[in-house]
Ligand binder design. Structure first.
Ligand code: PMV
Ligand code: MG
Length: 360
């Protein structure tokens, strides 16, 4: 039996700007996992995903018609990951065969609500890692990232793929997305050729966290749809081009300072820039009319700030999680009790770095 895992992730800074090439984000992998197991089968294969079968399938209406948002359904990510990896395997003259593939996930809460830890990215990465072992493809981390990013793009056209980078590499990362337009123009290339090429704009820079930096995560309990929020921001940015470009430039400057803070062990600088990034995202909210920092996230941040933490929403916002960065010396227990009173759940997660060590 083959068993592989891929960790979930949290965005720390640079959200929304990171969907545009050349604008970095800071992302961290956390120790909650999607696990994929595979067993060889004969003549008939199966795909099972117990965790997801309980999830409601979201739908909306377009012109009166009921439409499913396939981007919310992990099954499509599994299928796209299989299709692309098998295409690659065929190009390598590997004989395709049958298997039973089973997915389990810790990235969803017990009652089926998502924590927002990136299960679609992690399930794509875990599926590719399992097939990599099954077919003996010997893909390295960057090749796994590229395959997973291609699979992800097929299902969810509008993401940065930063969650995939975090799931592949683990630990703290600075990430900038590749030129998506360029990828679309390479439609005559084989998968093998695509994996061999340098992808313009792509930056995956593993970072060492300063030893005094402490990450605390709070969950608001309400789920949010990242792809839907990103769509909404994109719809309204057209009318506000100048201010949107300013947001992009400011976000880039801010995240570059955070990277500097990591490289020079400067926790106060990192904290200052987390606060700045929160402010920039609030401005983006005003600009687009999209609620990023919900009332619960605002409360989460204000309570954290009152105990000297630097806080902001994580990822697309609209619910899910908020993050707080502390200087190791400050106590965090009073914040935990304050959060609990405000019905914010502290998530006892840790940064996960094993994938990097495994790759060495
Ligand atoms: O909500 P999350 O944790 O999936 O993060 C989304 C981050 C965005 O920058 C808004 C979108 C993206 O794909 O990078
Ligand atoms: Mg989210």
């Amino acid at each position: 039996m083959i068993e592989v895992t891929a960790p979930g992730k949290l965005y720390i800074a640079g959200e929304y700007a990171v969907v545009e090439t050349g604008h970095p984000a800071i992302i961290v992998a956390v120790d909650q996992f999607v696990t994929v197991t595979m067993n060889a089968a004969r003549k008939i294969g199966s795909i099972q995903s117990t965790q997801y079968s309980d999830l409601p399938i979201r739908w909306t209406r377009r012109n009166g018609e009921l439409v499913l948002d396939i981007r919310e359904n992990p099954f499509h990510y599994i299928l796209a990951a299989i299709r692309l990896t098998e295409k690659y395997a065929q190009e390598k003259n590997v004989l395709l065969s049958f298997y039973d593939l089973k997915v389990t996930s810790e990235l969803d809460s017990s009652n089926g609500r998502k924590y927002g830890l990136g299960s679609s990215g992690a399930v794509t990465v875990a599926t590719i890692k399992a097939l990599n072992e099954f077919y003996g493809l010997e893909l390295d981390l960057l090749e796994i990232f590229k395959l997973a990013a291609l699979a992800h793009l097929e299902v969810q056209g509008n993401g940065s793929c930063g969650d995939i980078a975090a799931s592949c590499y683990g630990g703290w990362l600075a990430f900038s997305t590749f030129d998506h337009q360029w990828i679309h123009q390479q439609n005559n290339c084989s998968v093998t050729q695509l994996l061999q090429m340098d992808w313009p704009g792509l930056l995956i820079q593993p970072l060492e966290a300063p030893k005094d930096l402490r990450l605390i995560i709070g969950w608001t309990g309400s789920p949010a749809s990242t792809s839907d929020l990103v769509d909404q921001v994109h719809q309204s940015k057209e009318q506000q081009q100048t201010r949107y470009q300013e947001f992009l430039a400011e976000s880039k400057k801010c995240v570059e300072q955070i990277i500097q803070g990591f490289l020079t062990d400067d926790v106060p600088l990192i904290q200052q820039m987390i606060r700045k990034n929160r402010q920039l995202l609030n401005e983006l909210s005003h600009l687009t009319g999209v609620t990023i920092e919900t009332t619960a996230l605002k409360e989460l941040c204000e309570l954290a700030e009152s105990f000297d933490g630097a806080a902001k929403s994580s990822g697309a916002g609209g619910g899910d999680c908020g993050i707080v960065l502390f200087n190791q010396k400050s106590g965090i227990l009073p914040l935990m009790s304050a959060w609990e009173k405000a019905e914010i759940t502290p998530l006892p997660l840790h940064v996960y770095t094993r994938c990097r060590k495994e790759a060495k």
